[in-house]
Design a protein around this ligand. Structure first.
Ligand code: DGL
Length: 267
């Protein structure tokens, strides 16, 4: 038994979609969430900058005494996971491996689309992981850089978002995909528009589901789950105050949580 909280981080509000799954799967666990709202987006930055930011994010979470870290960010998971695992002596979970495994498992016609940030697509991590699971699959990738600002703006179901989704995703539907991976944790916030753009016959994969299950299995196996003596208290931190954070919190987690601003450059 380990009653310390679980640390979860992302560049902004996207990681709240993963937090929601973790809370559903592990309702006894306390969460410390950090959203790097001052430096979002990560997806247009270099691997070096992404890794440097992620190390600061993890050092902050460690200062809150977390027992494990979930990288609720595909951009960091696909560019920096190995380096972060070798830098920090704590269990660290990324979102790419679980999402890739699930996509490879559910595709029937073996044509999988991946939508993600530029840095995630550039890394080739999804393609590599999907092919590890099934070498007969075709993977078609598309960077969708406008999705993150739309999600951060809260424009989750606007006409402009649907138009943007149609424009990005038509390249992939032309390849007869039957499965699409939402390879950025911001994208499930735009799920309604993405669903409309891919049509009813394409399965949507949100890697958050599998990631939460992997984390749960690890905590149980290693006797690290929290004993429920009282309701867990979650903490939310951001690097810049944004009203939007509260609004998306309500949308992703079903209630508002107060967030505190920290100076991430100190870590
Ligand atoms: N939500 C993150 C991801 O999963 C990062 C988006 C961004 O900051 O560009 O990739």
């Amino acid at each position: 038994m380990d009653n310390r909280p679980i640390g979860i981080f992302d560049s902004g509000v996207g990681g709240l979609t993963v937090t929601s799954r973790v809370i559903k799967e592990l309702p006894n666990e306390a969460i410390v969430y950090f959203g790097d709202t001052a430096r979002v987006p990560y997806g247009s930055k270099s691997k070096e900058t992404i890794t440097k930011f992620a190390k600061q994010d993890i050092r902050f979470l460690l200062s809150r005494n977390v027992k494990a870290v979930v990288i609720a960010c595909n951009t960091v998971s696909s560019n920096s996971l190995e380096e972060l695992k070798s830098t920090f002596n704590i269990p660290i979970f990324g979102v790419v491996e679980p999402g890739a495994a699930q996509a490879a498992e559910i595709t029937v016609n073996k044509n999988i689309g991946v939508i993600a940030t530029e840095a995630t697509i550039r890394s080739g991590a999804y393609e590599k992981e999907i092919l590890k699971n099934d070498s007969n699959v075709n993977v078609y990738s598309k960077a969708c850089p406008l999705f993150v600002p739309l999600a951060e703006e809260g424009w989750v179901n606007e006409e402009v978002t649907l138009l943007t989704a149609n424009k990005y995703i038509s390249d992939l539907t032309a390849k007869d995909i039957d499965t699409i991976v939402m390879g950025c944790t911001h994208y499930p916030l735009l799920k309604e528009c993405i669903k409309k753009a891919v049509g009813p016959n394409v399965a949507l994969v949100d890697p958050a589901y599998e990631t939460a299950l992997v984390l749960k299995e690890y905590l149980l196996k290693n006797n690290m789950a929290r004993l429920k003596e009282k309701e867990p208290e979650h903490e939310f931190y951001v690097s810049d105050q944004t009203e939007m954070f509260g609004r998306i919190c309500r949308q992703a987690l079903g209630r508002n949580f107060a967030s505190r601003v920290i100076n991430i450059e100190e870590f």
